[in-house]
Design a protein around this ligand. Structure first.
Ligand code: ZN
Length: 530
């Protein structure tokens, strides 16, 4: 307590001098601070590993990240961050803040997992921890380990060296539903932010600028609800009007229309409600679509077309239809200035040292799923420049943030290459030394890049210049959300209520076990032939 008071008094006296000194900080000072940051990240190695393992064991789906958010905010609060919970009317969303003044640097990374992707870590074949349960088959469990480790180190350095600036840590809640970031933006949480340093798990160490990786799209996620009339399907089918017929006809119409859509579009759907049993004409049916395209006008066009198809299908079947927006995402666009700075830090840190065991696991899994067997990557990627002809691909609702503030989105090497994504193989490495080492390397780049921004104030000016005069020169952000749209916070609740009691038995207890592998009694790596 007393030490804090003295430190505060000292800070009050030296802060103005220090702030002035920062502007003309020689690069060598920055170099020394970066070195210190890397050493400090290494000192937090155990905490980083625990965060990776703990969040892996929680295995929580989007909007239901209750334990994950409680755990991470607990760590941040204990370390002097101020936490605001339930932001943008999303119970599991929050923002943790430390420091004051400019620049304001925000860190963001996803925390939700994938349905039916439960998998024992370190095991090179399908072996669920809990059959049918959600699991981290994307690797989002490692992102907070990266960002929180970096934030704790930065906080320490900022206090010790009287560096002005504000750190903000955000969770990507329900990213798999692209369900929250447009709401964060709408609620104004990025209005005062200067730069956003986002991270996402990958099998490579890489960053990019321009349209995210050249293979991304934006999207709207829309669920259509058809309403018909129930009747005995054998006794009086003519009295009924089938909502399921309408859902099927909409799908048929869409699939014929597909031939006449632009090549870059991606559209896919699941039937969320197909009726109850065959002898009841289904009075209710639901179909959930993702409409993806390269830019806002084309996404809006697909959305309109979807609505037209739904209305036409309702007409054909004498049913009615309404819809709700489940999620939305702008295509991503990343900042050139910050990406170039980050690239140098990635090259400075380099790839983690993989052990023979790490490579054995990677190759065995690649063989098991029938993909190219080449183990883990051993080189960082060069800075990825924007592709000339975008062909479409994945979406991420960080896109909305990237059109409101200069942002980068680094991939850190915590997973195995050539995996299918969104399924159990992507969970195999995610609570093993591969994820631990990759996350630690990611934290070093986050910390050193933030130091660049804290000490080289001209970078913020240049980043905003790119943002205003290149990125948004002839594109204006407008949200896909209408004022009536609300985050779908009830989604996944039923699934989590069903599986949480079984998953709870496998929650990681770092007070008893050094690693999650140890707690589960899994030999690393476990191969099929053993
Ligand atoms: Zn993701």
């Amino acid at each position: 307590m007393r030490r804090f008071a003295v430190a505060f008094w000292l800070l009050a006296i030296v802060a103005p001098v220090a702030a002035h000194a920062q502007q003309s900080q020689p690069p060598s000072q920055l170099g020394l601070l970066k070195k210190e940051a890397i050493t400090e990240v290494d000192k937090l190695q155990v905490l980083t590993q625990q965060m990776v393992d703990e969040i892996f064991s929680f295995s929580e789906l989007g909007f239901q990240e209750v334990e994950t958010s409680r755990y991470v905010t607990g760590i941040l609060e204990k370390n002097g961050f101020h936490v605001e919970r339930g932001i943008a009317a999303i119970p599991t969303a929050w923002v943790a803040t430390y420091g004051s003044g400019k620049p304001v640097i925000a860190f963001i990374t996803d925390i939700d997992c994938i349905p039916r992707a439960s998998q024992k870590p370190g095991v090179a074949y399908h072996s669920p921890l809990v059959e049918g349960a959600p699991g981290h088959g994307e690797g989002h469990n490692s992102g907070m380990a990266v960002n929180v480790t970096a934030a704790l180190v930065l906080k320490k350095l900022m206090a010790e060296h009287s560096l002005a600036g504000t750190l903000k840590v955000f969770p990507g809640v329900a990213e798999e539903l692209v369900g929250t970031k447009a709401f964060y933006v709408r609620s104004g949480y990025f209005r005062d932010v200067d730069v956003v340093l986002g991270v996402h798990v990958g099998d490579k160490f890489a960053t990019s600028y321009g349209i995210g990786e050249g293979t991304t799209t934006g999207l709207v996620s829309v669920e259509y609800f058809f309403h018909g009339k129930a009747a005995h399907a054998a006794l009086a089918p003519w009295e009924g009007r089938s909502a399921l017929d309408a859902a099927e006809l909409m799908d048929i119409g869409w699939n014929f229309r597909r031939e006449h859509l632009r090549l870059a579009q991606r559209s896919h759907r699941v039937i969320t409600n197909g009726g109850d049993q065959p002898n009841v004409v289904p009075p209710e049916a639901g179909v959930w679509y993702f409409f993806r395209e390269l830019d806002y006008p084309h996404i809006e066009e697909l959305y309109e077309l979807g609505n037209t198809m739904a209305n036409a299908a309702a007409k054909m079947t004498d049913t009615t239809v309404d819809h709700r927006l489940v999620g939305s995402a702008w295509p991503q666009h990343y900042n050139k200035i910050i990406a170039e700075v980050q690239q140098r830090n990635i090259e400075g840190i380099g790839m983690p040292q993989w052990s023979d065991d790490d490579q054995t696991l990677a190759k065995a899994l690649q063989k098991e799923i029938g993909t190219k067997v080449e183990g883990l990557k051993d080189k960082v990627d060069p800075l990825k420049e924007p592709v000339k002809e975008a062909t479409g691909g994945t979406s991420d609702d960080v896109g909305d943030i990237s059109w409101n503030v200069p942002m980068v989105y680094m991939r850190y090497p915590a997973n195995i290459p050539n995996l299918p994504g969104h399924s159990w193989p992507n969970a195999v490495a995610m609570a093993t030394p591969i994820a631990h080492k990759g996350s630690l390397a990611g934290a070093k780049v986050q910390a050193t890049t933030a130091l660049d921004i804290l000490l080289r104030r001209e970078l913020v000016v240049q980043a905003w210049d790119y943002f205003r005069n290149v990125q948004t020169e002839d594109v204006r952000y407008q949200s896909f959300l209408t004022p009536e749209d609300k985050p779908m916070i009830e989604m996944n609740k039923g699934t989590m209520d069903r599986f949480a009691p079984q998953l709870r038995k496998f929650y990681y207890d770092p007070s008893k076990y050094k690693t999650y592998l140890q707690q589960l009694g899994i030999r690393y790596p476990t191969l099929k032939s053993q």
